[in-house]
Each structure stands twice: as C-alpha cells, then as structure tokens.
Design a protein around this ligand. Structure first.
Ligand code: 2AM
Length: 180
C-alpha cells in the first residue's frame, strides 16, 4: 500500500482553501486541483503489509505538544521559473518542522530521512503554463486569509491511485496529549 503521514485540516480552513483554488485559477495556466487538502509530513511510498505494525508502533511513540498554525501566502515548487506545484504556506515553520523531524527520527531504519522539508498545503499541480509572467502575477495578487488552526493530531494515510486521481483514506490517527 502507498502511504504518507499528514496533518488533517479543519473544515473552516478547507472552505478558504477552495476559495484560494478559484483565485489561483487563470487562463494563463492549466492546473489540476487537489480535492483533498492536507499538510504532508512524510511521504512513505509503497509499504509492505509486514511493515505496518512496526510503523504504527513507532509513530505511537511520537509525543508532541499541540500547537497553532496560521495560513500564509501562496507559494510554488520548485520556483517561479518552473511552476509545478501551487501551495498555501503555513507559519510558523518551527513546530511543524520539529514534528516532522521527530517522525523522521522515529522511523529511522524503516524509511529514509527527508532532508528538505518545507511545510505546505498543495492547492494544485501545474499541467502546463501558457504565460509564465502573467501567471506569476496572478499568484502574487492572491490574498490569503491568515486563518489560525490547531494541530493536535497527525494521521497515517493511504493513497489509492485511481484514473480520477488519488483517493486518500485515514488508516490511523495519532493524537497529541491534551495540553494542561
Ligand atoms: P503534497 O501534495 O503535500 O506535496 C500523497 O501522495 C502526498 O504525499 C501528496 O499529497 C504529496 O504531498 C506527498 N508526496 C511527497 N512526495 C511524493 C512523491 N514522490 N509521490 C507522491 N506523493 C508525494
């Protein structure tokens, strides 16, 4: 099975992320919009059934303090000259990066470490760009509502590839201990 680990997002945020998808849409680029938003912490790829129990056990040992994130400006991967992924940012980076590093450390020996982690919420993947200057301008003019949301859980997700695009399902949730 194809697995990844991500932070689920609250309903109020999803509404605004859908609005952002409308704002980033322009005839200067052909986009493939995602219809299931999440903040990916680690992509695990194809994982054999035999690895599932140790994976779950190691993830259950990850302990983190709940934190708040704020939605931030729209950005692109890899850069404005090569537009492949359009995403919404989050701030601050530090608590998400720390959680990602804890997960990486917990899974060392089972999965390779991620050296480059940049927290983001993918809005769309770019099929092709007709006018790069114009499209970068469109992106620059998108105003993001800097909504705050709590992070107190991460999920082990399964991605099933279908002709209509990937379908995601939650296998297990890992809850942060309740704040005192
Ligand atoms: P992203 O959209 O947040 O960038 C499930 O496939 C998720 O894993 C995707 O949403 C993607 O996160 C992330 N991912 C990271 N590396 C990937 C890869 N090599 N192939 C597919 N998905 C990957």
């Amino acid at each position: 099975m194809r697995l990844f680990i991500s932070i689920p997002l609250p309903e109020e945020l999803l509404t605004h992320l859908k609005e952002l998808q409308i704002l980033i849409n322009d005839e200067s680029a052909r986009l493939r919009f995602v219809n299931d938003f999440h903040l990916t912490l680690k992509f695990l790829g194809e994982v054999g059934n035999d690895k599932l129990a140790p994976l779950k056990e190691k993830l259950s040992l990850v302990s983190f303090t709940p934190f708040d994130l704020q939605l931030d400006a729209v950005g692109v991967f890899p850069d404005t000259d090569h537009l492949r992924v359009i995403w919404a940012g989050v701030t601050p980076h530090q608590p998400v990066v720390e959680l990602q590093q804890q997960i990486d450390a917990a899974l060392s020996g089972l999965f390779p470490k991620d050296d480059r982690f940049h927290p983001h919420i993918t809005l769309a993947r770019v099929a092709f760009v007709k006018d790069k200057v114009r499209y970068n301008d469109v992106l620059k003019n998108v105003t993001v509502n800097k909504l705050s949301f709590p992070v107190n859980r991460f999920d082990l997700m399964e991605s099933t590839l279908t002709p209509g695009g990937p379908v995601y399902g939650t296998l297990f949730s890992f809850q942060a201990p309740k704040a005192l």
